[in-house]
Design a protein around this ligand. Structure first.
Ligand SMILES: Nc1ncnc2c1ncn2[C@@H]1O[C@H](COP(=O)(O)OP(=O)(O)OP(=O)(O)O)[C@@H](O)[C@H]1O
Ligand SMILES: O=C(O)C1=C[C@@H](O)[C@@H](O)[C@H](O)C1
Ligand SMILES: [Mg+2]
Length: 163
């Protein structure tokens, strides 16, 4: 089983990923950073969102094809903005896990992080983005978990049984 983790910025996708061992894990943002050779914040501000989204979609496909039979992929907060990426995951048999976080909690967690260029937007714009994305995540996911470390499954074997 391959599981892709979606959720708003600060939901804890990257943090969740790091709690698993014994299974291949890929953080899509880190894979893109390695590809472009600079922090994503710098890259996005320099190259623009469109170029970043194209690269993100390409990288997603490469990683799903190379990860093998089993693995966990943390998506970026905006990876599923493109419906084609959802279709690709579904067609590839990848399960989608939604990490759910309250807007205020997410904002508190990521406040002041210069490497998240979405934070250049106003709080109202971010809340609108959050509401729009949460609808998409809830609709396309196979499983939702609250973003609370104490309720997260502790092993890959356990996580798979939840689907
Ligand atoms: N369940 C949690 N409880 C408390 N703090 C958390 C939790 N999950 C993540 N955090 C903290 O929130 C911040 C953001 O977490 P993380 O980078 O994992 O989010 P993300 O979903 O990967 O965001 P992005 O979409 O921007 O990549 C980190 O400082 C992390 O330590
Ligand atoms: O929510 C978003 O649009 C983003 C989230 C991050 O994971 C990065 O992929 C990037 O900063 C964009
Ligand atoms: Mg992340």
């Amino acid at each position: 089983m391959i599981i892709a983790i979606c959720g708003f910025m600060g939901a804890g996708k990257s943090t969740f990923l790091q709690t698993f061992s014994g299974v291949p894990i890929i953080d899509l943002d880190i894979a893109i950073r390695d590809e472009v050779g600079e922090d994503l914040g710098e890259y996005i501000r320099r190259s623009g969102w469109e170029k970043f989204r194209q690269l993100e979609s390409l990288c997603l496909r490469q990683k799903v094809h190379t990860i093998g039979q089993e693995g966990l992929i943390a998506l970026g907060g905006g990876t599923l903005e493109d419906e084609k990426n959802i279709e690709f995951l579904k067609e590839s048999g990848v399960k989608i896990l939604h990490l759910k976080v309250d807007f205020d909690e997410a904002m508190n967690r990521i406040a002041g992080d210069a490497n998240r260029p979405q934070l250049d937007k106003s709080r109202d714009e971010l809340e609108e983005l959050y509401l729009k994305r949460e609808k998409v995540f809830s609709k396309c996911c196979d499983l939702s978990l609250v973003s609370d470390v104490n309720s997260w499954p502790t092993s890959w074997t356990l996580l798979k049984t939840l689907f």
